[in-house]
Ligand binder design. Sequence first.
Ligand code: UTP
Length: 518
Amino acid sequence: MCPVPAPQFDLLPTHTMLSLEQVERSLERAGQSHVLQFWPELCEEDRDKFLQELSHLDLEGLKDHCEGTARAAASPPASLDQHIEPVPPESIGSVRKSDQSALSQWENEGLLQISKNRVGVLLLAGGQGTRLGVQYPKGMYNVGLPSGKTLYQIQAERIRKIQKLSDTKHGSKCTVPWYIMTSEFTLAPTEKFFKENNYFGLEPSNIVMFEQRMIPAVTFDGKVILQGKGKIAMAPDGNGGLYQALVDNNVLEDMKKRGLEYLHVYCVDNIMVKMADPVFIGFCVSKGADCGAKVVEKAYPTEPVGVVCRVQGVSQVVEYSEIQPETAELRGPGGELVFSAGNICNHFFTRPFLQDVAEKFEGQLKQHVATKKVPYVDTCGNLVKPTKPNGIKMEKFVFDVFPFSRNFVVFEVVREDEFSPLKNADGAATDSPTTARSSLLAQHCRWATAARATLLDEHGNILPPTASVSAGDSPPAQCEISPLVSYFGEGLEELLKGKTLPTPFILDEKMAKELQAQ
Ligand code: UTP
C-alpha cells in the first residue's frame, strides 16, 4: 500500500432522487456507462433501490475518482530513503527503559485524568476483515479462550475495570465513554450484538456507535465494479475515514459536551489492547502532546509493519514498501534497528487536535491504494469470486494526521504484553486466532506466576511461565484472568500468592471471591 495523491471522493449529503436519464448522462460523462448494463433485467423495486444508491453518489466526481485510482495503483511507491530519520529521543518514552517511579508517575497522571471524566476511547471497527474471512464484524470473533469471550466483550470489561481502578484511587465515580466507528458492513450486527449481550455491563448511553463513509471500488483500468446487477461494490474509506466520520456524526460535539479532553484510539483486532491505558495517557499528558503513537520494537527488519519516523523533519508512518531493505536493516551502535518503532495503530489525541484536523486538514489526508479481491458480476451477469486481487480500494489511514501535530510523541511498549493482532484465519503463520489466544493466555500465566501462584498442567506437573508466543509454539497453560478481576496484572498477589492451581483455570469475579474467602 502506498500513499499517493488521488482525488477525494464524496458521497452527497442530500438524498435528491435523480431521474434515470440524469444518471445515464452522468455515467456516460464519467466513462462508466457499464454500471447500467443490467438495468433492463432489474425489477421495479431493484431499479428504485439502485437509482437511489446512484443518486447518493457524487457522479460528477466519479470520473476523477476512477481515473485517479487507476493512476495511483499503477505508479510505483515513492522512495523515502534519502529523507527519513528516526524520531528524536526526547520525543520517545519507553516502558522497558523507564524506571518504576517514572512509570508510576505517568500511571497516576492517567488515572487522575480518567477519574475526572476527561478520557474517552475510540474503537476503529469499520473494516471488513477479509483476511480473517468471517461474515460478521471482527469484534464478535471468539478466539477460543476458555471463557469463550469475544474481542468486544474483553474490551468492554477492560473499560469497566479501568473505570473502577480510577474510582477506587480517586474516590469518585467516573465514566470512560466508548466511541465505536463502524461501517455499512459492521454497524447493524455490532448494535444487535451489544444489545443481545446487555452492553456487557456498560451503560448504553456511554457507548456511541457511528458510521464511516463508503466509496466505490474500481478495477485496475478505472471501471467501477458491480457486485450485483443493481449494486455497486462499495468499500469503507479506510480507518482514516475516522476524521470525516467525526464531523458527519457530530462526535466532537458529543466529546465536548461530556467534557472529554483526551481520546485513546485503537483497532478492534489487538486482543492485548489496554483500553484507556493510564500509563500511555499519563505520558502523553505529561509531555503536553497533542498526538501520540504507541509502538513496539520491530521484530525483524522485514517485518511488514509501518515505522513511526520523521520524513524531512515531519513525523509520520513509513510503510516497508516505501524504503529500501538496506534502510530497514540499518543498525545503531548497540546493534538495535535504527528504524524500529513499529506502528500498532494505538493512538492518543487531544480533542482540540482532532477539531483542528476536522476543520483544517481532513481534505489534505493522503489516499492509499489497497488492492483487494472484490466479488463482481461478469458481463453475463454471473457472480464471480476472484482468487487474485482484481480491484482497488482507496483508503485513508488513521495515522496520516501525525504530520499536523505540533507536539508529537512516541511511547514504546513491550510487544508480548500489549500487541497480538487478529488478522488471518487459522493456518496462517502469524496473527491468527491461535496466536492471539496463546499471547493472552501466556500473559495471564506470567501474571499468575508473578503473583506467586504455581500452575499445574493436566498431569499435575508444574508449568513454567511462558514469555512470548509464536505460531509454532505449543499452547500455553489454559490460565485465563478476567479483565474484571485484573486490568494489567494488578491485584493478583492477594488472591493467588502461595496457591497451587490446576489448569484449565479461569479467574473470574466469582472465583476471585472464593479465593479471597479462603
Ligand atoms: P485492517 O487494515 O487490518 O483491515 O484494519 P480489516 O478490514 O480489519 O481486515 P482486512 O484487511 O480486510 O483483512 C485495521 C483496523 O482498522 C479498522 C479495522 O476494523 C481494524 O480495527 N478499519 C479498517 C476501519 O475502521 N475502517 C476501514 O475502512 C478499514
